[in-house]
Design a protein around this ligand. Structure first.
Ligand SMILES: C[S@@+](CC[C@H](N)C(=O)[O-])C[C@H]1O[C@@H](n2cnc3c(N)ncnc32)[C@H](O)[C@@H]1O
Ligand code: SF4
Length: 401
């Protein structure tokens, strides 16, 4: 990424750009970042900020709408297939604000009639009326940050909610939404295999259409990085990961992506679009975008802190990074997404999304196949179980020479 001085947008003359054309543009999704949380969790490195006092809701919504308007020329005439309100804690926003945003979006960009519209929610923010109103505003999927149903782990993770609130969030979700996800993490501080067994049992009892199980990562710039908690060792973590997969598969979930499990038909369409190297417009503080046109693919990032973002939107300088993807980087960029999917990808999708012939990746594909990390026929390329387990080794083969 490059830093762009205020007011100027540099188009980076990426090495060997050009020489490709996309036959058709990929599907387009919209990501909306709502950056505030009640409290910062000690493991979290997302662009989220503790809300001190009332949220500047109206000003932020106005900035989002201005941001969207300034981006319209880049996505003109394209239909949006999914919307994702992510954070931060979007459920801190009022239903009125979400309604205003969705109405503004519909007025400016054609939204598919059956578009998936997801809102991330923290169980510490659940009020039944508010969630009924989110549904009425057009949100049709929730992603609930439960993390664990075990009180000792919720405390260790510094969560604002307890296990009763987690259960209540699940009940409210069932009452108003057909489609919802629970985010859970494993390999938690001092978590034993028996603890994990109980947590998976509680997650299954919630009967969620979709479950995300993330291995807790210790990220730089977090409290857990400076003061590491006692974590299970590698063998126990792997055992817990295997246990999660075994129990969820036995209960009828499909393990369709590294951390994602879904009932048949309930895979997250918004995330599938990322993994299939589709396009997305990201608006809001720190949001990222990937937008294709016939002969280039551009990535963008917006100013990160909410106050700077709002000021910069007013000045038209909120896009602080913009770079065109170099042709030589496209195979790795594509594979980093598509090889996360258990089903892999149809061979034709590689050239549809990158504009390159599949032979551009042939050397790495052949090496991966020889090492049993990947399998393919003339129609489809997919990672093997070994390739999914050692995904970084598989992806390293696609690094540009
Ligand atoms: C952007 S957060 C939004 C969820 C919502 N704010 C909440 O926490 O209730 C999305 C998810 O990422 C996961 N996550 C965050 N930090 C993580 C970490 N360090 N390691 C693994 N997963 C993490 C959590 O499961 C979290 O629910
Ligand atoms: S509530 Fe979610 S986004 Fe906010 S700090 Fe915690 S994990 Fe991060």
């Amino acid at each position: 990424m490059i830093d762009v001085p205020a007011g100027a947008i540099a188009r980076v003359a990426a090495e060997s750009v050009g020489g490709f054309r996309l036959a058709a543009l990929p599907p387009l999704a919209l990501y909306v970042h709502l950056p505030w949380c009640v409290r910062k969790c000690p493991y979290c490195d997302f662009n989220s900020h503790e809300a001190r006092g009332a949220l500047p809701e109206d000003d932020y919504v106005a900035a989002l709408i201005a941001d969207l308007e300034s981006a319209l020329p880049h996505v003109w005439g394209r239909r949006v297939q999914s919307v994702f309100f992510g954070g931060g804690t979007p459920s801190l926003f009022s239903a009125r604000a979400i309604d205003r945003l969705l109405a503004a979006l519909r007025a400016r960009l054609p939204l598919e009639p059956d578009a998936e519209v997801t809102l991330e929610a923290n169980p510490g923010t659940f009020e039944a009326d508010k969630f009924r109103e989110f549904r009425a505003a057009g949100v049709n999927r929730l992603s609930i940050g439960v993390q664990s149903f075990d009180p000792k782990h919720l405390r260790a993770l510094g969560r604002i909610h307890d296990e009763r609130e987690a259960q209540r969030a699940v009940e409210i979700a069932h009452a108003h939404f057909d489609n919802f996800n629970l985010d859970l993490m494993y390999a938690l501080p001092e978590q034993t295999v028996a603890d994990a067994e109980r947590d998976v049992g509680a997650a299954l009892a919630a009967r969620a259409p979709h479950l995300s199980f993330y291995h807790l990562a210790i990220e730089p710039n977090t409290v857990f990085f400076t003061r590491p908690p006692p974590l299970p060792d590698e063998d126990s973590s792997a055992e817990i990961g295997d246990l999660v997969e075994r129990r969820l598969l036995a209960a009828g979930y499909e393990h369709y992506e590294t951390s994602a499990y879904a009932r048949p038909g309930a895979a997250c369409r918004h995330n599938l679009n990322y993994w299939r190297f589709g396009d997305y417009l990201g608006i809001g503080a720190g949001a990222h975008a990937k937008i294709s046109s016939a002969d280039r693919i551009v990535r963008e990032a917006r100013a990160r802190t909410p106050s700077e973002y709002m000021q910069r939107v007013a000045a038209g300088t909120h896009i602080v990074e913009r770079r065109e993807l170099a042709r030589r980087d496209l195979p790795l960029e594509f594979m980093m997404n598509a090889l996360r999917l258990a089903e892999g990808f149809p061979v034709s999708m590689f050239s549809e999304r990158t504009g390159l012939p599949i032979v551009a990746a042939e050397r790495a594909l052949a090496q991966a196949e020889a090492r049993a990390l990947l399998e393919r026929d003339h129609e489809r390329i997919r990672p093997t179980a070994l390739g999914r387990r050692y995904l970084n080794d598989l992806l390293a083969l696609f690094l540009p020479a």
